[in-house]
Write a protein that binds this ligand. Sequence first.
Ligand SMILES: CC(C)(COP(=O)(O)OP(=O)(O)OC[C@H]1O[C@@H](n2cnc3c(N)ncnc32)[C@H](O)[C@@H]1OP(=O)(O)O)[C@@H](O)C(=O)NCCC(=O)NCCS
Length: 170
Amino acid sequence: MNKTAEIRALRESEVALLAALAGEIWRAHYPGIISAAQIEYMLDERYDEALICNELKRRDLWWDVLLLNGQMSGYTSYFLADAPDTIKIDKLYLHPRAQRLGYGGQLMDHIASRMAAQGCKRLTLAVNRQNKTAIAAYRRHGFVITNTSLKKIGGGFWMDDYIMTKTVLV
Ligand SMILES: CC(C)(COP(=O)(O)OP(=O)(O)OC[C@H]1O[C@@H](n2cnc3c(N)ncnc32)[C@H](O)[C@@H]1OP(=O)(O)O)[C@@H](O)C(=O)NCCC(=O)NCCS
């Protein structure tokens, strides 16, 4: 069955639902990539509802959701990076039932249209070096690995990432 897909800005009233969706996606996707303890630590840090509500007030950061037949099925957040002309994709997540169907590409295209409005030319992101399917998806959508990053994130945990970038014609 064809699904009706809609991408639009996250609403403050939906933040709790988004945090629950994030928990479902992360607990399904990240075992085998990072430990269960790190998954819970990062979910607590990154999907705190007050934090997201504050981010929704920013003019240099955006949260968008993907609705499939009206059901929240994915989300992305991205912001103007310090590097000139660059937007950083901070989060890009789809529910397992919505993966590998082209919706990730649709969200990236949506971000690219925001880039055009901001006069940006470059997208960048960090992806765990063990997150093979996401790395494959980013490559498929024109990103290349440009660097590595090993960062302490507190709680005794580390992020061991590739930095991937894509130049977009605007
Ligand atoms: C990464 C993600 C956003 C990509 O979106 P997507 O809609 O699944 O990807 P698309 O359909 O646009 O692109 C498909 C390509 O992605 C790759 N891919 C996506 N899921 C895959 C999977 N389960 N197994 C293998 N390759 C996969 C393949 O290269 C695929 O191309 P192919 O089908 O021609 O082989 C999505 O898979 C996701 O949410 N993954 C889990 C969470 C995650 O890791 N997010 C990124 C954090 S940095």
